[in-house]
Design a binder for this molecule. Structure first.
Ligand code: DX5
Ligand code: ZN
Length: 214
């Protein structure tokens, strides 16, 4: 299992050092949660901050856009150094256009679905994207409880991909830690985002390797 620590749970006064800490602890990807206070009821950081901290690691930057109009900002996040950009299917931008724009920048595009959004909504885009991110909490805040009832979405997506011979990564985000990782792994998740569980752990390296072993 790949683990992507969510910087949302880091000490923002030293974001660069926190990235180095996660890099040295063995994180596979860095997960960066961008929130606009409109699509979700919280505001975090944008492309200028991501650009500033990009130099602290060579690990892939997995940028999760929780913003109403992602299409408007793809140029900025590309210039900031994103390797993967995921955006919500529930957003206001044109989905095909946004995927194409991300791809045109040489970045891997992914679609995110909120808990109330069914898995089949991503089916029309499966051949154009590299990953699907399944929210296992309502987006907006770290530290919430894992929604295990989201896991059947994995099988639905896998079944459709198998039928159409498409290979795709499936990522889960929210409430993942030592008590929930097994369920996520058993469901067939490839990449797990973990905020609280790694940043607040006494030993980040131990926490990450424990989760990676599933
Ligand atoms: C929630 C974010 C998540 C969140 C995960 O909107 O997308 O990435 O930070 O944090 P934990 O692991 O604490 O639930
Ligand atoms: Zn996220």
């Amino acid at each position: 299992m790949k683990i992507a620590p969510s910087l949302l749970s880091c000490d923002f006064s030293k974001m660069g050092e926190e990235i180095v800490r996660m890099d040295e602890a063995g994180a596979d990807w860095m997960h960066l949660d961008v929130m606009d206070g409109h699509f979700v009821p919280n505001i975090t950081f944008g492309a200028p901050v991501i650009k500033t901290v990009r130099k602290y690691t060579t690990r892939p930057f997995d940028v999760h856009l929780m913003i109403s109009e992602p299409l408007k900002y793809i140029d900025d996040f590309a210039a900031a150094g994103a390797d993967i950009i995921t955006f919500h299917i529930e957003c206001d931008s044109d989905i095909d256009e946004t995927i194409d724009k991300i791809r045109s920048k040489g970045i891997k595009p992914g679609l995110v679905i909120k808990p109330n959004t069914p898995a089949w909504t991503v089916f029309p885009y499966l051949d154009k994207i590299d990953l699907v991110l399944i929210m296992t909490v309502e987006p907006g805040f770290g530290g919430q409880s894992f929604m295990a009832d989201m896991l059947p979405k994995v099988k639905e997506i896998r079944r459709e991909c198998a039928r159409r011979k498409i290979e795709i990564l499936i990522e889960a985000d929210g409430g993942i830690g030592k008590d929930t990782i097994e369920q996520a792994a058993d469901a067939g998740i490839d990449v797990c985002v973990a905020g609280t569980a790694v940043f607040k752990a006494p030993d980040a390296q131990k926490a990450i390797s424990y989760l990676q072993n599933f």
